[in-house]
Design a protein around this ligand. Structure first.
Ligand SMILES: CC(C)(COP(=O)(O)OP(=O)(O)OC[C@H]1O[C@@H](n2cnc3c(N)ncnc32)[C@H](O)[C@@H]1OP(=O)(O)O)[C@@H](O)C(=O)NCCC(=O)NCCSC(=O)C[C@H](O)C(=O)O
Ligand SMILES: [Mg+2]
Length: 276
């Protein structure tokens, strides 16, 4: 099972952070060449990143490179540098507007930043692209393009978040929530992680190592959820021995669909345990 609870952005220009990431408890890393890297550092960052990804062992962490957009002077060379790089698991494309933006050379899985109004309207077609592995919300750019304002309840983002989740799930793809900018405000991050988890996201993109613990905890099944999943499966199997298709547990019905969720919960808990 692909764990994506915590997905940490690291500027491709920062050698110290690139090195440090190999020991950080994140499920995935986005090595960023786009917004986190100043124009004057783009070429040097690409070279540094290519070298680090050849030399550093990032263990089980999924390694994604966010390249510059196709319309920039760096985009094509970024794709060429990483399309076949053995240290890279996937390419993350910024400001994707539609499925044609995913027609790239190479065979690596592609990830799409969902951060423009057009991407929201084309979310289904983007998620259906055969090379697309997952969607990553770019909530800063989306707020900017919508002319909306940040609010703790993320009302301005609700439609976009919902459309992208629907698209991802309709096509069996992963969906990762956007970043929480105030990286010292861990209580605010926790509230936003809970919201994203309850909407259905697989995890959260992060910008600072201090945010990892919150995302790893909130996007993992709790002990109570694991216990409930075990008891639901036991109750359902026991009902099945009596020829019944529905069990009752804690005053609530348990049907086959709940068992699918219960098994997924246990699979996720096992995958997390296997990481440590
Ligand atoms: C936000 C930061 C600029 C803060 O940097 P800094 O003040 O240097 O942090 P600290 O001094 O607290 O750092 C402590 C140590 O941790 C390492 N560190 C910091 N950040 C990272 C990181 N992201 N990954 C790995 N390691 C990190 C420092 O090197 C220190 O290490 P040491 O010296 O050994 O103690 C900074 O955190 C940062 O640059 N974050 C990433 C910003 C980024 O990537 N932004 C782009 C992605 S978000 C985006 O683009 C939005 C999206 O597209 C949208 O539209 O929404
Ligand atoms: Mg963005």
């Amino acid at each position: 099972m692909a764990l994506m609870r915590s997905v940490l952005y690291i500027p491709g220009s920062k050698a110290r952070a690139l090195d440090k990431a190999a020991s950080l408890p994140c499920d995935a890393i986005i090595f960023d060449l786009e917004d986190a890297v100043a124009p004057g550092e783009k070429v040097a960052a690409r070279d540094l990143l290519a070298q680090m990804l050849s030399e550093v062992d990032y263990g089980p962490r999924l390694r994604l490179v966010r390249v510059n957009g196709a319309g920039t002077e760096w985009g094509a060379a970024d794709v060429a540098a990483f399309a076949d790089h053995p240290g890279v698991d996937g390419i993350l494309l910024p400001k994707v507007n539609g499925p044609a933006d995913l027609d790239l050379p190479g065979e690596k899985p592609l990830w799409a930043m969902m951060e423009t109004p057009l991407a929201m309207l084309n979310a289904g077609a983007i998620a259906a692209h055969p090379r697309l592995a997952g969607l990553v919300m770019g909530t800063n750019d989306l707020l900017k393009d919508l002319g909306a304002r940040f609010r703790p309840d993320r009302a301005g983002l609700a439609t976009g978040l919902g459309l992208c989740l629907l698209a991802a799930r309709a096509h069996g793809k992963l969906a990762v929530d956007g970043v929480y900018n105030a990286f010292k405000d861990l209580a605010g991050l926790e509230a936003e992680c809970i919201q994203g988890r309850d909407l259905g996201f697989d995890g959260k993109t992060l910008i600072h190592p201090d945010q990892l613990e919150v995302a790893n905890r909130i996007f993992a099944p709790s002990e109570a959820e694991v216990d409930l999943a075990r008891r639901q499966i036991a109750a359902f199997e026991e009902a099945a021995t009596r020829g019944e298709g529905v069990a009752v547990l804690d005053g609530k019905i348990v049907e086959n669909l709940h068992i699918v969720t219960a098994r997924a919960t246990l699979d996720k808990a096992r995958a997390i345990a296997g990481m440590t």
